[in-house]
Design a protein around this ligand. Structure first.
Ligand code: FES
Length: 350
């Protein structure tokens, strides 16, 4: 007789079992080896169950309050409000409150669900046979019956306080995401279009903080500059420098191909925004022979001898140029603000 004709020949031997193979018995699931079930305090004491119920409801209610707090924070705090919060230091009041309230709202839902499952839902151990993947109709009917029994045991229908507060928490928490859609517009266009550059503002070396003079800028060098009066410890320094930072290079005037660039330069010294027009990284790599600058983030490359036009990479438009001149003291100065927004494109940029 072949092994196919005699299924017992396919059963693992005692030796297989000793090496970890499954030992087949008549009913391998009759005793899966679970310890005896121990009822929890909530299973035998209705007052303990009520306490757990109130704890779960408290967490769901806390989630609802946190979501309301999220919405209130969004409306109350201006974007630029900075507050000191121990131990975080100076932080944006808006970002901090949005993060905290959304975190509490989501955590409370999770904590409430876990506490509910651990203390009030049935924790009776159940052993089930392995079976073929496709279930037959009786199994499906049993699953539905088990599901209904599980729903009954969970107290979902019976414990209305938990159910209602959970519905409330789950219904409110998506509002946090909806509120953020408000940020899609309209944009603070004025702030995006203007920098603190203005006629007569001196160009200050970003490293030495000294006003720049034409003789400080050698051909082939790359200098970073910022407007005079911008203090590094000022509260809005990062916000201002993110728009006003400049790259200064000197190119032989005859090598400048763009007519307007030449007009806006001083003796071959040109000043361009240091902020990449792709997504706003600071540009820092200058190739002096070609006058190309490279943004390290996604390799956008701009030709500073040709109006800083994009010659490679994902940036959408040329780097804005700042018109410069020299004042009576011989210092480089701005002759106005940029005539277009610096940095990445935005919808209303035009
Ligand atoms: S930010 Fe400069 S290439 Fe992407």
């Amino acid at each position: 007789m072949s092994s196919q004709e005699n299924p017992e020949e396919n059963l693992p031997s005692e030796q297989d079992a000793a090496h970890g193979a499954v030992k087949v018995a008549d009913d391998p699931f009759a005793d899966p080896g679970l310890p005896a079930h121990k009822p929890r305090i909530q299973d035998i004491d209705e007052r303990a169950a009520r306490r757990s119920e109130r704890a779960v409801a408290f967490m769901f209610t806390l989630s609802m309050l946190a979501t309301i707090g999220f919405i209130a924070s969004y409306v109350i705090f201006p974007v630029d409000k900075i507050v000191f919060i121990f131990p975080f230091g100076h932080v944006s009041a808006l970002n901090f409150s949005l993060g905290m309230t959304l975190g509490v709202a989501l955590f409370s839902i999770g904590a409430g669900a876990v506490h509910w499952a651990r203390t009030l839902m049935s924790d009776v151990e159940v052993a089930d046979d392995r079976h073929a993947i496709a279930a037959d109709p009786e199994v499906k009917a049993k699953v539905m019956a088990d599901f209904a029994a599980g729903a009954e045991e969970s107290g979902f229908g019976r414990r209305k306080l938990i159910r209602n507060t959970m519905f409330g928490a789950l219904a409110l928490v998506p509002l946090s995401g909806l509120m953020l859609l408000r940020d899609l517009g309209p944009l603070p266009e004025e702030k995006l279009r203007k920098t603190i550059w203005a006629k007569g503002k001196l160009l200050v070396n970003m490293n030495t903080h000294e006003p720049l003079r034409p003789e400080d800028v050698a051909v082939g060098s790359l200098t970073f500059a910022m407007p005079e009066g911008l203090e590094e410890d000022a509260e809005d320094f990062q916000k201002q420098i993110a728009k006003a930072a400049l790259m200064i290079v000197r190119i032989q005037p005859e090598e400048i191909k763009d007519k307007r660039e030449l007009e806006w330069s001083h003796d071959g010294i040109v000043a361009f925004s240091k902020i990449c027009t792709h997504v706003g990284c600071p540009i820092s790599l200058y190739e002096q022979q070609t006058h190309h600058v490279l943004c390290p983030c996604h390799q956008s490359t701009f030709d500073l001898s040709d109006g800083a036009r994009v010659i490679f990479g994902p940036a959408g438009h040329a780097l804005p140029q700042l018109r410069i001149g020299v004042n009576d003291d011989g210092n480089l100065e701005a002759l106005g603000d940029f005539d277009e927004p610096v940095g990445p494109s935005f919808w209303e940029r035009g």
